[in-house]
Design a protein around this ligand. Sequence first.
Ligand code: SF4
Ligand code: SF4
Length: 476
Amino acid sequence: MVDLVLGAGGNLKAEHGTGRIMAPYVRRQYGDELYSVMVEIKRAADPNNVMNPGVIITDDEREHMKNFKVEAQVEAEIDSCVECGYCEPVCPSRDLTMTPRQRIVVRRARAQALADGNMETVREIDRAYEYQGIETCAVDSMCVTACPVGIDTGKFIKKLRAEGAGAAESAGWTAAAKMWGPANMAASAALTGAYFLPTKLVQKVTDVARALAGTDTVPQYQPELSKGGRTRSKLGPVIGDASAEPTAVFVPACVNSMFGPQGDGVGATEAFVRLAERAGVALIVPDDVDSLCCGTPWTSKGMRSGHAVLEARVQRSLMEATRGGALPVVMDAASCTHGMIDIAESIGIEVIDAVTYVAENMLDRLPEANKVGSITLHPTCSTTHLGIQGDLEKVADAAAEQVHVPANWGCCGYAGDRGMLHPELTDSATTQEAKEVHHLGDEVHASCNRTCELGLTRATGEDYHHVLEVLEAATR
Ligand code: SF4
Ligand code: SF4
């Protein structure tokens, strides 16, 4: 049906999606020979041309000039969406609730309902969107990596979370930012306490709290959780070879201090320290390291005032520790590296992930490795954004005879605490990858971000370690 939708300015696109806009150009894009094969296939499958006539395959050179609709302007961040769906396969919530495209389409439908005065529909959309659109978005921004017009739906959802943040929640996160050292230690101690109690009992306690305060506020205790980790300041002022001149500042991620190592592992922080000693390099640890954080929990929850408090403190501390930006900062969790870049690079401080730092500065200074047979890697959304998957594989290659990256790997949706707030998101996001991991049957499993390691441990039943732990063990 031809349908012309007019709004107050906005996007122009074919009513039935981009297929009609593209149709007259398909022959030019693929060439006559391939195009004639497509036409034959279409004819064989649909001799009466009843399925999507004029979409993709058409003889009409003016097809792209017909059946326009103009989308109402909704929000600047998403207005340029052409609803092509390229973002959908990379989205961890695609099989659970919504894809990025659907999150945008529903916002448009809401705007239309509002313009029509259909308040019942607006209320119904708002009610359903809270869980489907907002709470189950991992805000990992994998969608922007696939979008031809550069829409970051994750960033858009963070904005909606910030707009919807309640005063009490916001005040709580601001207080946490002010007291991050003690808050992080308390969380670590609580995890250690919970670890020694029966999992079902702790889950019952968290389930009651979730029923009272909401499932998007209180995490559910999960069986994959380890004991709490070590306090970061116990590392001392310098790590590595005490006789070497420091070449960087090491800020261990607070997530590695909150969650202890998996199984019999030593954890990413301890592995990095041991590798630095072995490679003869030294790194400075800031005096106030216990109070530092990349700010990702605040940005992902839309807690702007708390983030501002934290950002000011981190910038002050890093300026001093890096001697005004003369040294780079190294972090040992990929998501935290990614978050810290936003805080530090604006003041001229370079931030490097520990995996990259080891690949570039330590690999050729380490003793010969006693390699494990095979390793399965889980790259993360942050390794994609940072462009360091090659470094991850390089480090794994130095520690294992065979390195496998599952073709079905994708963002696990654990996203800090989202895998505990909404465990169904990680369960859904990892289904295909877990099947492939079982099929590969490798000896060792690794990633480069503690909470993603927790997510994959739960999904596969295999202990996932940081890849530096695997390298450390292989070069002992
Ligand atoms: S890839 Fe970009 S333009 Fe296409 S549907 Fe997704 S957000 Fe919209
Ligand atoms: S941020 Fe992640 S979960 Fe959210 S829409 Fe984008 S890809 Fe999907």
